[in-house]
Design a protein around this ligand. Structure first.
Ligand code: ACM
Length: 515
């Protein structure tokens, strides 16, 4: 063979080799089991490969975007063990992953995003950084191994346009009945954010424990925070720790909503400061689980000095717009006294430039379009709130209470509202639940976890997952996209993902979990 013929042959083989090495691996974006399901997904049949050489580029000029890029790099590293670099750039690169804010598409709103994946370039853009963050959570779900035997990590190619149905998608953690420390709360925030939940309501006070430092009333925590259900040691967040939670949540576009439950559910406060309940009956430390026995004396000024001090201090360390004032199950407060209390407390919340949220009973007070009624028990209360112009936060106990048992055999949890299997958590529509409460009246959906029976992180996981994922989809995805038979197959694919995240979830027999 002549030398130059050999050269041509070798070059040909090498070219083929190099082409086959970088040749995109076919993949189908429409088959990726995304939760919440996006508004539109268009697959193009190819894929973007993630390797050590991939860089996450960030449009210059935004600290929030840079933080989002760093969190995405961490998330990708957890999934793939590949550590990606991040780099700030003035414009879109030709290759890599590029995050940018480009307020050009009104349809996307505050949290929507557009994700475009080609063989060379992944572009994620949104009107605001919040939308880019939501898109990064979609990226984390798209990343997959190419085939069972290959070590290559890919993202199936195509285009996703996505935005939420409701602006408020929340979870609530009761840290009063059992106290959970800062690390547990951070872990919970990460888990929530992975499914585009954007609000964490902390139920900070109840009969059994006061969990937030109030500097002007120090015995609230030293005495009121000293125990919990069952007589354990309780605990509380210092204001510094609370601020740390607020910042951690903020970086993940989660708003902290603090609740001070009043005028009932206040035994712990009255043990610390007996004047608060008028000292008609001396309050004792309480470690049981009954509800509805405590109240503030709502007709004396010291109560309002207390409420103002608490709300002022809390408002100062809370960046989000809301303060939740509880208002539920005040069974031993006279109706007139209750309404008087909510009205005065509402004025104090407004004075500190916050929006008041309260459980559905507050609809009996003089509320209006600036207030939020959290529907948990009574449709008629929520409807009364709507008639007064308030927005409704949907937490119907029969569908969203994460402390309800799945079935009669569930080893923890309660059953007073319902047994809530995974299908029951999924198959409802906030806008169709109550006649007279339409989508435009609804702020969003929130899933509360009350912790009377919840003592460990494993307990939290078991009751929260997978039901919170169902609620996350209800809050984010259009009702027309939701179908239990199809959803349960998508959810099944999240089993390995939850396991990889170390989540002790309930493996419902209704879901054909992927192993
Ligand atoms: C509630 O479950 N008492 C709001």
């Amino acid at each position: 063979m002549k030398k130059n013929v050999l050269l041509v042959l070798i070059t040909g083989v090498m070219m083929q080799f190099s082409v086959s090495c970088t040749k995109p691996i076919p993949a189908d974006l429409s088959k990726v089991s995304l939760i919440p399901i996006p508004v539109t997904v268009k697959a193009t049949g190819s894929s973007f490969q993630i390797s050590e050489a991939t860089t996450i580029y960030v449009q210059e000029g935004s600290d929030e975007l840079q933080q989002t890029a760093s969190l995405l790099a961490e998330q990708i590293s957890t999934i793939t063990s590949i550590k990606l670099k991040t780099e700030v750039v003035p414009q879109s690169p030709a290759k890599g992953i590029y995050l940018s804010v480009d307020a050009a598409n009104k349809q996307l709103g505050e949290e929507g995003y557009e994700l475009n994946i080609t063989d060379d370039l992944v572009t994620l853009k949104a009107n605001q950084a919040a939308g880019v963050f939501m898109g990064t959570q979609t990226i984390a779900q798209i990343i997959e191994k190419a085939g069972d035997t290959q070590k290559t990590w890919i993202m199936a190619s195509g285009n996703i346009i996505d935005y939420p149905e409701y602006g408020y998608r929340g979870a609530m953690l009761d840290v009063s009945r059992h106290f959970f420390g800062v690390d547990v709360v951070k872990r919970f925030i990460d888990q929530m954010a992975a499914y585009k939940i954007n609000a964490l309501h902390l139920h900070l006070t109840d009969d059994q424990g006061w969990r937030i430092e109030i500097k002007s009333w120090p015995k609230l925590t030293t005495i009121g925070g000293s125990t919990e259900v069952g007589g354990g040691e309780g605990g509380f967040y210092t204001q510094e720790q609370y601020k740390e939670i607020v910042q951690y949540a903020k970086a993940r576009f989660v708003t902290i909503v603090p609740e001070i439950d009043m005028p009932g559910h206040t035994n712990a406060a009255s043990v610390a400061y007996p004047e608060l309940n008028g000292a008609k009956k001396k309050a004792e430390i309480y470690t049981g689980t009954k509800v509805g026995f405590s109240t503030f004396d709502t007709r004396q000024e010291v109560t309002y000095q207390f409420v103002e001090d608490v709300i002022r201090e809390l408002a100062e360390i809370t960046e989000g717009p809301y303060i939740h004032i509880g208002g539920d199950e005040s069974h031993v407060t006279k109706e007139d006294d209750y309404v008087y209390f909510i009205n005065r407390t509402r004025d104090i919340v407004k004075k500190y430039n916050k929006v008041m949220i309260g459980w559905d009973e507050i609809a009996h007070a003089d509320i209006d379009s600036k207030d939020i009624v959290q529907y948990w028990a009574k449709g008629e209360n929520a409807l009364l709130g709507v008639e007064k112009g308030a927005k409704v936060l949907m937490s119907p106990a029969k569908r969203t209470y994460l402390d309800m048992k799945y079935d009669s055999t569930t080893h923890i949890g309660l059953a007073w509202a319902a047994l809530i299997e995974v299908d029951a958590a999924y198959t409802w529509d906030p806008a169709k639940l109550e006649k007279g409460i339409a989508k435009e009246n609804i702020l969003g959906v929130e899933s509360p976890l009350w912790t009377e029976t919840v003592t460990t992180v494993d307990d939290i996981d078991y009751l929260v997952f997978p039901r919170i994922i169902c609620h996350a989809e209800i809050g984010w995805s259009p009702a027309s996209h939701r179908n239990w038979e199809e959803y349960k197959l998508r959810l099944a694919k999240h089993g390995p993902r939850l396991k990889a995240m170390g989540v002790n979830f309930y493996e419902s027999a209704l879901v054909p979990w992927e192993k």
